[in-house]
Structure formats: structure tokens, C-alpha cells
Design a protein around this ligand. Structure first.
Ligand SMILES: Nc1ncnc2c1ncn2[C@@H]1O[C@H](COP(=O)(O)OP(=O)(O)OP(=O)(O)O)[C@@H](O)[C@H]1O
Ligand SMILES: [Mg+2]
Length: 414
């Protein structure tokens, strides 16, 4: 039996993570997917989800890929990569075509998707995804797959994700400098949704909130379709920076305090509890009240949840979200975040962990791996047998690969 090697590569603001999976090519089911290699390495070349230093980014990717390759004992030539950053802009669109022969074919579906895509976007932007939400045949809506149906008029409603051509090219360039072809480019919160959300949640209406280091990524689902996506340029690093400033401590010490002692709920803490913090070098260690730390982190969390609430109100999605809010990403792990989110947004809120599958070790069941596991699942989606990299891929190929990711999301929907 042929074995497919599939790879998810998440180039994040705080870490680069590579996961190698093996899939029996006779089966496309996700349960047959097994993880055989993992590599994580700190990332230093990104700011708010975008590459700002090519050399540092390439180094981090190289290290993470080498580690994963070594563990898996296989060579890697291509990967599904995730994209985020504040340059991402998404909107909903629709298209209509006349059906030629009375019965809808794949060609009609392709044509109507083309029509929905034909919107004016600035010349420095590219379309990353065109994701069908529902089809309408004549006047009947709510159709997920119209192929084979009879009618004279086909309409589609889609969610379109666009991003800056040059920022996407920078990311692809970094990946390809390590000898890996970026065969598929997926919006990060779409990937995280795949590994974290159940189909019931996506049907009911749910907001996925992936709090990373540099950005918080939203994906809002209803009736199984993506209805809104957005990248908010506030992430876990901002919480750490706030603490570093407020406590006058180095960044590394602020990070340690946030992870080990941080909370966003000052009221739930004993007013007398203190911890010892190490100030900048040369200064004496000091005592700091835990409730003071919680006030600093709580203010940032409140800002973030308020932004999310404003998005929900602006898009008038309040009544659509009956499944609540799912927080994931490493930044979701600060104590008290779900409680505060529930209080501010007034929706049931929980932490979302990636669903386990074959070969997955306990360490992977952490919200910070939601994106990379989703990218791996995406990579396994209707994949061909592994081909060897001939390094002939130029930036001009990006559009072809974006086309692939479009097709794979399309397949996922049906
Ligand atoms: N146990 C923890 N408690 C609180 N915060 C944590 C914990 N573990 C990780 N974090 C925070 O999570 C953030 C990193 O999350 P994640 O690994 O999901 O980001 P990333 O994917 O590298 O970044 P991005 O998605 O923004 O590009 C950091 O700010 C880190 O401080
Ligand atoms: Mg991330």
C-alpha cells in the first residue's frame, strides 16, 4: 500500500512548528492519519503574523523542519502553510449564472464561483480563498452541493479572503528557501477551526478565537459555513509587554510571570497573595501583588474581547452564534480568559483543544498546536502521492497553489 507523507507547517510569531503525518493512500479518512514527526522552534522573524526578517524566519523554519524530519525519518519536500497577519481582509460576495443544459454540472459551479470572485480588489491584493456558503437554484436556497440538480439559474454566496501579495510572497519565499515547496496556503483560523471545532458547533454558529503571540484570528461559522474571518493585531505578546512595562521587568521575566502566575480575574484572587519578581539586572527582587498582575492582564483581555464583541455587533451576528465562543492558540491559556470572555461577550465560552488522532502524543493536545494540526489535516485532504521537489517553483506559481487551497476548501465543504 502506498504511503503518503503529508506536512503541516505553521510559521507563527512566537514559534515555527512542523508536523509530519503519514496517510495510507487508499483511504482519505482522517482517522487513518498518523503523526510521525514533530519539530518546534522559537520564531524571531515575524511581527503581528507577517515576516519582517527573512534570514531569521528561514533559520527558524529550517530548525523546525530538520527536527521533524529527524524524528519522522523521512524526507520532506512540500507542506501546507498557514497565513495570517493584519494584511488579511475578508468579505462576503455572491454570483449568479444561467444554467446551460437544465442540469447543474461542475462547470456551472466553477462559472458561478468565478462570477462571485469577480469583484474589484486593490492591485496589491490577491484572493486566498473563495469559500462557498450556500447555493441557490432558482429560488431554493440553503443548498450545499447543487451538482445534478435541475434549474435555470444558479446563485452562490461565498466568503472571500484576500491578503497582500508581497507579504504572502515573503512567507512563501522563506519556506522555499529551506527547500520545501509551499503546496497549499490556508488562512490560519480556517486551519485551527478544522482541528478544534466539531461539525455540530459549525452548524449551530460558533466563533473560533485563536489567540496567538502576535495576532488574534477569528473565524465565525454558521450552518456549517464560514461567514466571517478577521485578523486582530493583538495577541499574547501584548499581554506580556503590558506586564513588562507595568512591573518594570525584562520581557522574559514578564513571560514567566504571565504563564506561571497570570490571571485576568483580579476579583477572584486573594488580595494578600504576592510573588517575588526579578527586576532589570542590577536591581533587587521585589514583591508584587497577584491582583495587580491580574489587573494589568485583565485590562488587555477586556480590550480584546470588546473588539470581538464590536465585530459581532457590527456584522449583526449576535443571534447567529448559538454554539458560543471557542478560544484556542497559546494565548488562550491565561487563567480566567473563558470566564471574562463569557462575561463581556455574553456567550458561552470555552477553551478549544485540537481533536486527537493517530500517533498524537499528549504534548500536541495543546491549544498552541491547533493551527499546525489543522494545516496537517488540510494537507491530507484529497492529496496526491508525494513528489520530489525540483526547486523550480517561482513566486509566479503562487496563484496556482492558491487555486489548490481553494479547491481543497471547496471539497471540505461537500
Ligand atoms: N500556559 C500559558 N499561559 C499563558 N499564555 C501562554 C501559555 N502558553 C503559551 N502562552 C502564550 O501564547 C502565545 C503564543 O501562542 P501561539 O504559540 O499560539 O502563537 P503563534 O502561533 O506563535 O503566534 P501567531 O499565531 O500570532 O503568529 C505567547 O504569547 C505565549 O506567551
Ligand atoms: Mg498561531
Amino acid at each position: 500500500m502506498e504511503r503518503n507523507i503529508i506536512v503541516g507547517l505553521d510559521v507563527g510569531t512566537t514559534k515555527v512548528c512542523t508536523i509530519v503525518g503519514v496517510q495510507q493512500s487508499s483511504s482519505k479518512s482522517e482517522s487513518e492519519l498518523e503523526i510521525i514527526g514533530i519539530g518546534t522552534h522559537p520564531s524571531h522573524g515575524l511581527k503581528k503574523g507577517s515576516v519582517v526578517n527573512i534570514d531569521k524566519t528561514v533559520k527558524s523554519i529550517q530548525n523546525s523542519v530538520e527536527e521533524a524530519k529527524l524524528m519522522a525519518g523521512v524526507n520532506i519536500s512540500s507542506a501546507t502553510i498557514g497565513v495570517a497577519g493584519s494584511h488579511i481582509y475578508s468579505f462576503n460576495s455572491s454570483g449568479v449564472v444561467a444554467i446551460k443544459n437544465g442540469e447543474i454540472t461542475q462547470q456551472d459551479v466553477d462559472r458561478v464561483l468565478e462570477a462571485a470572485k469577480a469583484v474589484v480588489i486593490p492591485s496589491d491584493r490577491e484572493i486566498l480563498h473563495v469559500i462557498p456558503q450556500e447555493f441557490k437554484v432558482d429560488n431554493t436556497g440553503g443548498i450545499k452541493n447543487p451538482i445534478g440538480m435541475c434549474g435555470v439559474r444558479l446563485e452562490v454566496h461565498v466568503h472571500v479572503v484576500t491578503g497582500s501579495i508581497s507579504l504572502i510572497q515573503n512567507l512563501v519565499k522563506c519556506v522555499e528557501q529551506t527547500g520545501i515547496m509551499a503546496e497549499n496556503i490556508t488562512l490560519q483560523p480556517i486551519a485551527s477551526s478544522r482541528s478544534v471545532l466539531s461539525s455540530e458547533e459549525k452548524d449551530m454558529g460558533v466563533i473560533l478565537v485563536d489567540i496567538g503571540g502576535g495576532t488574534t484570528d477569528l473565524a465565525i461559522w454558521k450552518e456549517g459555513s464560514l461567514i466571517h474571518s478577521q485578523i486582530i493585531p493583538v495577541g499574547g505578546n501584548h499581554f506580556t509587554n503590558d506586564l513588562a512595562v507595568a512591573l518594570k521587568v525584562p520581557h522574559a521575566e514578564a513571560e514567566r510571570i504571565k504563564i506561571n502566575h497570570g490571571s485576568v480575574l483580579a476579583e477572584s484572587l486573594n488580595q494578600n497573595s504576592h510573588i517575588t519578581v526579578q527586576g532589570i539586572s542590577g536591581t533587587k527582587a521585589r514583591e508584587v501583588q497577584l491582583s495587580y498582575i491580574a489587573n494589568v492582564l485583565g485590562a488587555r483581555a477586556e480590550e480584546l474581547f470588546t473588539l470581538i464583541k464590536e465585530t459581532i455587533n457590527e456584522k449583526d451576528l449576535g443571534n447567529e452564534i448559538t454554539g458560543g465562543i471557542v478560544l484556542t492558540g497559546g494565548g488562550a491559556l491565561i487563567k480566567g480568559l473563558p470566564e471574562l470572555g463569557e462575561y463581556i461577550i455574553e456567550k458561552p465560552t470555552k477553551i478549544g483543544y485540537p481533536a486527537p488522532f493517530g500517533g498524537m502524543t499528549n504534548i500536541m493536545q495543546n491549544p498552541k498546536y491547533s493551527t499546525v494540526l489543522g494545516l496537517l489535516l488540510e494537507s491530507g485532504n484529497g492529496k496526491k502521492v508525494e513528489v520530489h521537489n525540483n526547486n523550480k517553483n517561482s513566486e509566479a506559481d503562487i496563484m496556482g497553489r492558491l487555486g489548490d487551497s481553494l479547491r481543497s476548501v471547496f471539497k471540505e465543504i461537500f
